[in-house]
Design a protein around this ligand. Structure first.
Ligand code: NI
Length: 138
């Protein structure tokens, strides 16, 4: 099939807090630990965006990387240097874990990649902790 996956790396910074209002403070601390502290904490996230397709026979490219950068930079503007709980609309009813954040980013990026196939997102919260997401279909 000659499918090739190409990956570009992006960085952004954001803060978050894990807390369920319907739980007691003690239960929040029990489940979420330091992540439940009232004023939150920040991360320097790294997002790897992988697109898979046959290389275009004319250009030799799976995707124009300038286009990919424009799309992802625009999506990440909404999150960069923001508090995920308070400054974005995606975590009013779910905890802004890295697991949930990667699915939000997938939805936003995939809808803008018109003829390219978003294959995989890898989101690093720290150097030694990351999540992988391939979309709902897999
Ligand atoms: Ni955190």
């Amino acid at each position: 099939m000659n499918y090739v996956t190409i990956t570009r790396r992006f960085e952004f910074s954001a803060s978050h807090r894990y807390y369920r209002n319907e739980w007691s403070p003690a239960k929040n601390t029990e489940i979420f630990g330091l992540c439940a502290l009232p004023n939150g904490h920040g991360h320097n996230y790294v997002l790897e965006v992988s697109v898979a397709d046959r290389p275009n026979p004319t250009t030799g490219m799976v995707i124009n990387l300038v286009d990919l950068k424009l799309i992802v930079d625009k999506v990440l503007e909404e999150f960069d240097h923001k508090n995920l709980n308070l400054d974005t609309s995606y975590f009013t009813d779910r905890i802004p874990t890295t697991e949930n954040l990667v699915t939000v980013l997938w939805d936003l990026i995939s809808t803008q990649l018109l003829d390219a196939k978003l294959h995989h997102l890898r989101l690093y919260e720290t150097d030694d902790l990351f999540v992988d997401y391939y979309g709902e279909h897999s």
